[in-house]
Each structure stands twice: as structure tokens, then as C-alpha cells.
Design a protein around this ligand. Structure first.
Ligand code: PMP
Length: 451
């Protein structure tokens, strides 16, 4: 190991000791949990943090989280977007508290649902909507619809994408060949037979993949946000829309993360024209809910294919989806929380957050860069942005990521345990951002000359 590697390892050891000493209550809970949950957690992602044992949450409000040992954190992870508008926003607390005593789920529609659909249509410019329990489900059902209405079996994704646990999208490029993503357990079908994968920003590759006319849909985020951030090059989205139209391929835009851009997501901010739009995570304030919206043309095509099969089990929908509680929360978020004013504040604070990171990086001579999509900010351990998922994957530094994550936790700051992702919420204050800058500066100082 070279000198820099040894320095990083030494810093990590010190941070692990510091965390262990500071968190006896979390440690006791982790020991109990290990008896009940394989790996000690009810969802394996909860093990992905850099901590030697999970930090147990006691409560959270706005942009602050309190752990089982009573430490207060400024939360920039915000449930990896599920709480992007702050933990337990007051309008959602009011709405959910009222609704939970008036019936949670009845498999019948409610007026709140109608109002929510009208609000979605106004906000995102698509007339028709369906509701699911997660963003994963929204994407899975949309792929099914796309195949059903086009009569084509294939889909296309960009290398490095993530759209939830939708197996069809767990395909990667390896030396230019499509392969299953390592870790895709128990999948018995060769997904590469029906999923094409090309690099983001590779328009020639995209055109070649669409040319045979066998691709039902392209599903993509407006910018890749799950492999670090890969931003579209100028003209990419216009060309993507043109090529998909030309080849009879539907365009599905997944805004689950890029809803950070602004009130209408990237789609409205930059005038994208998707056939289908999907979104989940924060839209019902963390109450499980996903949605997909589509054009009148897609709706007509859906009705045509539905008319040709017996009514009933389409493979789309789950029992608890669109229940009265979720619809009430969704309505409250759209009408009272995800407002223009809320976005203006959070995006402005994200700018300040990013500027302070850039200043610390420059001060300590680190060759890192920062990207921002509205209220979403990330720092990356390379001097220049990535053009593709492959470039982003090659630049990953798990050792540094883990160290920075734990260093910040030990100083009262939570950022996402993946690729240094941070969100500012409407509740995030300037003082909280200053706290982050202090901790980040200390981390950058410790790493100066070694990263
Ligand atoms: N789409 C995107 C772009 C995502 O990043 C994610 C989750 N990270 C999902 C969909 C799936 O969300 P969920 O796990 O809530 O179903």
C-alpha cells in the first residue's frame, strides 16, 4: 500500500474507534438486532453506511435527526431522497394524523386521489396518472405497459442506471458487452436477451440500438444520479427524443431523484417531452407512494390493448397502492409542501452548500469536483465531470467515500452512504450548512496531499 493509502487507512481506524466509543446505545441495539435480522438490519441497505454497526434513529424532524444515543445530526441524506422535503413536514403530519383515524385502505378511490391527480397533471403537464406503492413498482409496470402497447419485447437502459429493483434494468456494459449486474441474485432469465444497454451521452450507440425497431421503450433519468452524477451533454435530450420518436420507441423519464431540479422536475425545467413519466420516494412525504403519468396517446393505446384481454390480473398493481392514507399524503405534498417557494429556498441553499465545498476543495488543493441538480449536490474524487456511467464507475473510490461518510457522522453530519450525495430540504438552514462546511473542511484538511 502506498503512503496515501496508509494515511487513509489510519484515519479510518481512528474514526471507527471514535464512532464505537460514542454510540453505546446503537451498539446495544445492533447486537439485539443481529439476533432477529440476518446482517442485523431489516433492509440490507441499512448496512451500507461506513459505520461499524448501524446508527439507530430515535427521531427526525425537518433536516435534523436524533440517534439512539441522543446525538443530533444535520441530515443531508434525507432517507436517500424519501424525505427530501424534510422529515415529517407539518402539512403531511396534519393530513396523515387525521386520515389514519378515518380509514387507511379500502380498495376504493377517494376525493384526495382525484385532487392529487389533478395537481400532478398541472405540475408535470401529463394528463393521465396511475399510483403505485414505490418508484420501483411504477417503473416495473411502465416497462410492462410499454411492451404491451408496442408489441416489442426489448427495452433500453443506459449503463450505470438505477430504476429500483426492476430486474430488467439490472444490466451493465462490461468491455462493451451487456451482462447482468453482479449481485443480481436468483434471476433465472437471461435479461441481456431483452435489455439493451448503451452509454449515456452516446448518441451513435443509441441510434444503432434503436435501428432494428425492436425496442419498446428507453427508460432513463434525465441525468444519471445513481453512479455519481452523469449530466447530459448539450443536445442529448433533444436527440434522444428525436431518435425514440423516429424508431417508434417510447421514452420513459424517471424523475425519482431529479425531482430535486425544481417544482416540475427536470422535465418541466428543461422542456422534456416524455411519453411516460415516473416518480416516487418523496412525493407522499415518505409515506410509500409512486406515480406514473402519460400522454393521451399512450392512454388510448393502453385502453386498446386492455380491450383485447380478459379483465383482471394484468400484473400491474398491488393491494395497498393508492390507498386513502397515501392519497391524502400525496395531496398534502403537492398542494402544500412541494411549492415554488420551498424549491426556491432549497435550491438556493444547495448553491451555498456546493460553493462552500468547492472553496474547501480549492483551499486544501484537492482535485475534486462538485455537481448540483437543484437541491441535490455531490462531490466527486476527480477533477472533471463524467461523460458516461463507465467513466463514473471507474472513478469510484470506496475507501475515500467510506472515510468521508464516517468522518462526517462523527461530527454530527449525515450524507448519503452512496457517492457523497447530499440534499437540502426546505427546512435546511444556513447555520446547518455552515456546520457541514466546518466538518467538511476538517476532513479535507486531513486528506490534503493524500487524496
Ligand atoms: N428510480 C430511481 C432513479 C431511483 O434512484 C430509485 C431508488 N434509488 C428508484 C427509482 C426506486 O425507488 P424505490 O426504491 O423507492 O422503489
Amino acid at each position: 500500500m502506498n503512503h496515501a493509502g496508509k494515511v487513509i487507512e489510519g484515519l479510518m481506524r481512528a474514526e471507527l474507534d471514535r464512532y464505537t466509543a460514542a454510540n453505546p446505545a446503537s451498539r446495544r441495539l445492533a447486537e439485539r438486532a443481529a439476533e432477529a435480522f440476518p446482517g442485523g438490519v431489516p433492509l440490507h441497505w441499512m448496512r451500507d453506511w461506513a459505520t461499524p454497526f448501524p446508527l439507530f434513529m430515535a427521531e427526525a424532524r425537518g433536516a435534523e435527526l436524533i440517534d439512539a444515543d441522543g446525538h443530533h445530526y444535520v441530515d443531508f441524506c434525507l432517507g436517500d431522497t424519501g424525505s427530501m422535503f424534510g422529515h415529517s413536514p407539518a402539512p403531511v403530519v396534519r393530513a396523515v394524523s387525521d386520515q389514519i383515524a378515518r380509514g387507511v385502505t379500502a380498495m376504493l378511490p377517494t376525493e384526495d386521489g382525484v385532487a392529487a391527480a389533478e395537481a400532478l397533471a398541472r405540475r408535470f403537464g401529463l394528463p393521465f396518472w396511475q399510483v403505485t406503492t414505490t418508484a420501483t413498482d411504477a417503473n416495473r409496470f411502465v416497462l410492462r405497459w410499454a411492451r404491451a402497447i408496442t408489441g416489442r419485447s426489448k427495452i433500453l437502459v443506459f449503463n450505470g442506471c438505477y430504476h429500483g429493483t426492476v430486474d430488467d434494468t439490472f444490466v451493465r456494459l462490461e468491455d462493451g458487452r451487456a451482462v447482468h449486474r453482479p449481485g443480481l441474485l436468483g434471476q433465472a432469465t437471461d435479461l441481456t436477451a431483452t435489455t439493451k444497454v448503451v452509454e449515456f451521452n452516446d448518441l451513435a450507440g443509441l441510434e444503432a440500438a434503436l435501428a432494428p425497431g425492436d425496442v419498446a421503450c428507453v427508460i432513463t433519468e434525465p441525468a444519471l444520479t445513481n453512479i455519481g452524477m452523469v449530466l447530459p451533454e448539450p443536445g442529448f435530450h433533444a436527440a434522444l427524443r428525436d431518435l425514440t420518436r423516429r424508431h417508434g420507441t417510447l421514452l420513459v423519464i424517471d424523475e425519482t431523484h431529479t425531482i430535486s431540479t425544481g417544482p416540475g422536475g427536470w422535465t418541466r425545467e428543461y422542456g422534456l417531452e416524455p411519453d411516460v413519466f415516473t416518480l416516487g420516494k418523496p412525493i407522499a412525504g415518505g409515506i410509500p407512494c409512486g406515480v406514473y403519468g402519460f400522454t393521451a396517446e399512450i392512454e388510448a393505446r393502453m385502453r386498446r390493448v386492455e380491450a383485447g384481454v380478459p379483465h383482471g390480473h394484468s400484473g400491474m398493481g398491488t393491494t395497498l397502492s393508492a390507498n386513502a392514507l397515501a392519497m391524502r399524503a400525496l395531496r398534502a405534498m403537492l398542494e402544500e409542501v412541494m411549492t415554488e417557494a420551498a424549491y426556491a429556498g432549497m435550491v438556493d441553499r444547495a448553491r451555498g452548500l456546493a460553493a462552500g465545498i468547492e472553496a474547501a476543495v480549492a483551499r486544501h488543493g484537492l482535485a475534486w469536483h462538485v455537481t448540483q441538480i437543484g437541491a441535490r449536490v455531490e462531490f466527486h474524487f476527480t477533477p472533471t465531470p463524467y461523460r458516461s456511467g463507465s467513466e463514473a464507475a471507474a472513478a469510484m473510490r470506496p475507501d475515500l467515500e467510506q472515510l468521508v461518510n464516517l468522518f462526517l457522522i462523527n461530527r454530527g453530519i449525515l450524507i448519503a452512504p452512496f457517492h457523497n450525495m447530499m440534499l437540502t430540504s426546505p427546512a435546511t438552514t444556513e447555520a446547518q450548512i455552515a456546520r457541514f462546511h466546518d466538518a467538511f473542511d476538517a476532513c479535507a484538511a486531513a486528506l490534503a496531499g493524500h487524496a
